[in-house]
Design a protein around this ligand. Sequence first.
Ligand code: KIV
Length: 286
Amino acid sequence: MREVTPKKIREMKGKEKITMVTAYDYPSALLADKAGIDIVFVGDSLGMVVYGDNNTLNVTMEQMVFHTRAVARAVKRALVLADMPFSSYEVSIEEGVKNAVRLIQAGADAVKIEGGADHEKLVRKLVRMGIPVMGHTGLTPQRYLRLGGYRITGETEEEIEEILRDAKALDRAGAFAVVLEFVLADVAKLVTEEVSIPTIGIGAGPYVDGQVLVWHDLLGIYESSPPFAKRYAELGKIIVEALSQYNREVKAGEFPSEEHYWGYQNREEFKKKARRALEKLRNLRS
Ligand code: KIV
């Protein structure tokens, strides 16, 4: 069992801020774990940032299982959380259970579902079975067609009510935390005060119990990122610079240089061996 457990995350509420970052493959998960991040999250955002789609609706269970397995192999300390993709839990509780089990068997310690009140029964069932669940409300990207795009939530009374209803339902059903995405900071604060489980914000301001960011946004892989994401590095630029230098050096005959290859010290010995090898091949052919 990994050091960071859902129980530990729950107990951090009000005591220590929780950190969470997405990771979709072995090397990034290894680095996130090394950095001391609490939750390494295989988000369905991979559909956009890894596969280049413009929404998360086409992500499949197969993709989630595949990426979860790679991440789980790398992480020793952090909690490994896997997202349930669109249509993997909405059709029936049975299907939701079956798909959550697949992610746990791929190495996840917990699963995340979008929504709250609509899935109270499923969350309760999973928790009873021993599968820890994180919920997600506010902007739920899997419902972006209904929401009419990616936009801030919590501006209307109805939205405040819906976000609160979701968070409270998740709390009641035994979820260990809830993500609040792109929610006005005052609403996020209210929810954080109203529920007993930790709230983890993304674009939800500072009055929450933890923060989550997408790997590519945090590290500046692409030229732009959502306005709420702080770019802690400009790795995209660094990677392009390194690749351009490699490209230039190969074309100029500068790479590989002496320290990157090995040849025979004794040229005569090499010539003898090469001559014999060539002769053998010629004899074989004739
Ligand atoms: O898939 C994802 O990356 C997410 C985060 C935005 C929380 O759900």
